[in-house]
Every structure is written in C-alpha cells, then in structure tokens.
Design a protein around this ligand. Structure first.
Ligand code: DGY
Length: 373
C-alpha cells in the first residue's frame, strides 16, 4: 500500500488553479500551472524506509512538454516511443504502473488493465470522446477516468464552421474545376451553393461543441436552431440560441444544415443511414465532427452520389485513417479533413495539461479536473 507524503497538498493547489482555468473555459488562462512539488509516495511496508514514486505510463511519445513537466515533478514517467502508438509496446510497459496518460485512441480495455495490475489507480485520456475505453471495466475496478472535453470545443467548432461553409459552397468541387480547366462561369447557375442566411440549423447532440458552433452561427443570421439530446438543455441556453428540442425525424426533415456533435454510443452508432438520409432535405448539408461510425458510410456515399442530400463535410470517418482509394474520395460533393478538430497548438497543449492534472489528482485520490464519470 502506498501512502502520500506531505507535499501532496501543493499538488492539489496546482490542480485547483487549473480547475479555475477550466471553469473559465481555458479562454484566458493557460493550462500549464504546475504543482510545485513532488507527488512522491512512501511505502507503507512496516520495515521499509524506501521511498517509492508513482509510475505513470505515457502512451504517446509526443505528449506536449508542459504536461510531461507537470507529471515528472514527482512521478516516474514510463514513456512509449512508438509512432504511431503501438499496443504491443503499451502492453510491454504497463506492468506495475500507478497512472496512465492515454494519449491515443488505442482501445483501453480489460487486457491493458490486467497487464498493469491492481495498483493502477488513475487514468486520463487526452480526448473528449472515450468510445475506445471500456468504461464498465474501469468502473468495476473503481479506477477513476479523466478526459478532456470543453477545452477543445472552440477549436472543433472553428473547424465545423469551415466544413459547413466549404460543403455548402462547394470548395472541393470548385478546386477540381480549376485543376481540370473546366471553369464554366459563363453559366449563370454554375456552382450554385446553399445560403446559410435564414437557414434552419440542426444539431444531433447539443453539448459544449454544438453550443460553440451555435455561438459562431449567430453572426450568420440563421433563422433557428433545432437539436436532439438525451436531456433537454437549460432554458436560458435555448433562449440564447433560439433553439428548440425536437424528435430525430423532425431534425432530419427540417434542417438545412445538420451538425453531428454527439458521442459515439450503441444508440448513436449508424443512426445516419439509408433510413435517415431520404428523410433529409435534398438541399441539406451534413457536417460530422464527432465520430465516424455515427454515420453509415456506405449509405452516406449513396446519399451523396444520388443527390439525396446536397453535400457533406466530415472530419471523422470509418476507418481512420481513411484509405486513399476509398470511394468517398471520388465524390465531388464531400469535403473531408483528417480528424483535425482539436489540432491547434494551444488546444492540444491545454488538453494534455488537463489530462496530466487528471492523472495526478486521481493518483492522490482527489476528484479529477474533468472526470468522465
Ligand atoms: C476527441 O477529443 O475526442 C477528438 O476526437 C480528438 O481525439
């Protein structure tokens, strides 16, 4: 059994500063305040004066330095070196660690937990989505899990706006016209797209990311917002965004732009499929910045190919990476980015720092900054 040393209170102090920043949505403060001490632990073995140190497995070699500095002040970091991150290496290095900084989307499952052993007491992902984590198994073992939602919402919302505009106004197809010297702008109707102004915008999932998108849309003079969520959102927020909760079939039927911003769960997997697409407007634009498997990709291909919907903009797909010969890439009316929603220096650094605080706080038995449950 491990026991905390006296300096842990300073670790908590460091985490509290970051909590305050997190509460401010990380907009002003940088998530880099470090605990000014060493979260070393002493062995509680009766006859042992030997001091032990928490070991944290860091499953990605490129975790931002700020997060590594934070964790290495008192813990021994076991670094994985493979790129892309590699499950075999993780399994080789997991044995005996107390914490895990899970820096990739490799499944975090029973096998990993078994290999690590019963001393494992704290894990954080560096992502908002935790669909690759066996949450039930962690709960069964009473291991707290942290993740990093909210801090990435602005970056993801920025990308979502880009996808919406580029799919509505046919950026990709336009580029191919230039490449093939087939400008035909002598036609009045050439390359007509969809107006955002006065549109109905639907959100499948209206949490922090959906709301960050809605905030940006305020400058676009849209008509109204519709959403589906598991729970209705706060009335004040509904008023702020002129948003109305509707049934899924209404969302499909009424949205001019439809953003997928929900977690991947057994309920959401494949819900955008050959039953859903024909219910959408032929002029509708679909944007997915959540998880690829929420959309049945074969059905999306057919819907785009046969003009059941106007276009799509997606940052997530199935599988990832998408093979270069995938049929989706042959379509003119889809804009695809390679899962880069949170890919800015500031956002990734903040995500890493929050994840580091999560792990450290879990190690000392304190509530995490952003617990997953
Ligand atoms: C997330 O945080 O879930 C993003 O998809 C990046 O991993």
């Amino acid at each position: 059994m491990l026991k905390l040393n006296l300096f842990i209170s300073l670790l908590i102090f460091g985490s509290l500063i970051a909590v305050n920043d997190a509460a401010r949505g990380s907009r002003r403060g940088k998530m880099t305040e470090a605990p000014s001490t060493t979260p070393k632990v002493e062995s509680s073995e009766e006859n042992s004066s030997e001091e032990e140190t928490f070991k944290i497995l860091v499953t990605h070699p490129e975790v931002p330095q700020e997060a590594l500095d934070l964790m290495s002040r008192g813990c021994k970091l076991i670094m994985c070196e493979s790129l892309p991150p590699n499950r075999t290496e993780i399994l080789q290095k997991a044995k005996g660690v107390h914490g895990m900084f899970w820096g990739s989307h490799i499944p975090l499952d029973k096998e990993v937990l078994d290999v690590a052993g019963p001393q494992l007491k704290s894990i954080s992902t560096m992502s908002a989505g935790i669909d690759y984590v066996d949450v039930e198994e962690l709960k069964k073992r009473k291991i707290p899990l942290g993740h990093t939602p909210i801090v990435l919402s602005d970056a993801v919302a920025d990308l979502a706006m880009g996808l919406m505009l580029s799919a509505a106004r046919r950026f990709h197809e336009g580029r191919t016209k230039i490449d093939s010297s087939t400008w035909e702008n002598y036609h009045i109707e050439w390359m007509w797209g969809q107006d955002v102004r006065d549109s109905t915008v639907g959100f499948f999932g209206f949490g922090s990311i959906g709301q960050a998108i809605a905030k940006r849309l305020k400058g676009f003079d849209i008509e109204r917002v519709l959403y589906t969520t598991r729970r209705p959102i706060d009335k004040k927020l509904e008023k702020q965004f002129n948003a109305q909760k509707v049934e899924f079939h209404e969302l499909l039927g009424q949205s001019d732009f439809l953003f997928i911003a929900a977690p991947l769960t057994p309920e959401t997997e494949g819900i955008f499929n050959s039953t859903a697409f024909p219910k959408m407007k032929k002029t509708a634009v679909l944007i997915n910045i959540a998880r690829g498997p929420i959309v049945n990709q074969d059905d999306l291909y057919t819907a785009l190919k046969t003009n059941q919907i106007f276009s799509a903009g997606i940052d997530v797909m199935n599988p990832e990476p998408l093979p270069a010969n995938d049929k989706l890439l042959t379509l003119p009316n889809i804009v695809i980015t390679p899962h880069i929603g949170s890919a800015t220096k500031r956002t990734r650094t903040d995500m890493a720092t929050i994840a580091a605080h999560n792990v450290l706080r879990g190690l000392v038995g304190e509530p995490m900054l952003s617990p997953a449950y």
